[in-house]
Design a protein around this ligand. Sequence first.
Ligand code: PMP
Length: 412
Amino acid sequence: MSADAPRLFDVEQVRQDFPILHQEVNGHPLVYLDNAATTQKPQCVIDALVEYYSQYNSNVHRGAHALSDRATAAFEGARRTVAKALNSPSPKQLIWTRGTTEAINLIAQCWARVHLREGDEILVSMLEHHSNIVPWQLAAQAAGAKVKPIPLNEAGEIDLDALREMVSEKTRLISVAHVSNALGSVNPIDRICALARDVGAISVVDGAQGIAHYEVDVQALGCDFYAFSGHKIFGPTGIGALWGRTELLDAMPPYQGGGEMIESVSFDGTTFNGLPYKFEAGTPDIAGAIGLAAAFDYLNQFSREAIQAHEAALLDHCCTRMAGIDGLRRVGNAQHSAAVFSFLVDGTHPADIGMLLDQQGIAIRTGHHCAQPLMSGWSIPGTARASFSLYNTLEEIDVLYEALSKVLTLLR
Ligand code: PMP
């Protein structure tokens, strides 16, 4: 075997890498099926954080001493690791943010607020997370522009024919999720970005869920911006990134003012630093960036195809088992779906299901999943959602099935 051969994907071994999984919750072995909300961290990510804080904690870019040099090297090395994982032409195109939400707000403030004019339109799909709706509404309101929803079909897929009808010379920006957190639908990003390009609009991808399940190649997708959160891909909370096209980023004004983002400051006028620092005012989340790079290094050991095959098998097994439960219906049934199973059961409320499953050590999420327009559009209060990751097993789905069957006899 060559030194570069991927590590064999063996779920039982993978589980050993995640210390949190080995505990009991409410007297039962933990079954963690809330991965779309946040993923668990492998020991190597935890170790990277501990190593930084215990061995070389120091501020970056400014210290003339050994620890600061080491922290700066690790921090900028992390940027290179993450930029390479996205196939970015340059690491300078990768701006650290607190996560997806901040990355989208950055574009809304620094691109949309500058470019939007009265009557302009921003298109987002009906399945978007609030953080891919509200920042655009704020920017649109200020300019007298409109945020318009792209409809879905019954399976929860973006209706591309409807989108083709909607795009026009008024369209300035199209922003869609790579993968829906509420339904699992994988959107045809390359085609949507091409439609945006055809009318000279900017394309933004909310990659909060996409990054966790797929290898992302920003050049192949053809997007102008890609936003994601570290905590959804086995990294720490409080760190994420915005990838953008250089011409757009260069032309955008800074996001926040402060240290690091300047070239020189005087009361006669301040000049700004170049990319990516222009958008990174203040001391960054140094440990977070280092931890996030450790998460990418962790994932890079495996073939992404092997992980995808495992997750597809989990979803398939879940669909098969759940089909055996009377009155249960999957919400969203996209042809191309990530390992997310949203569901409703006749005569029960999702919140009750979630609470009773928790008593059996099973963590799922219930509610509107920060996608209220989707829920009200489909006239449902919300859903119960099991979302899977590489460390979940077929047996855990069997445990979910048994527990759910028990719960439903209590509820109905
Ligand atoms: N978009 C999607 C599709 C998400 O799933 C999430 C997180 N649930 C977000 C955006 C927001 O991510 P964060 O809270 O990490 O900024």
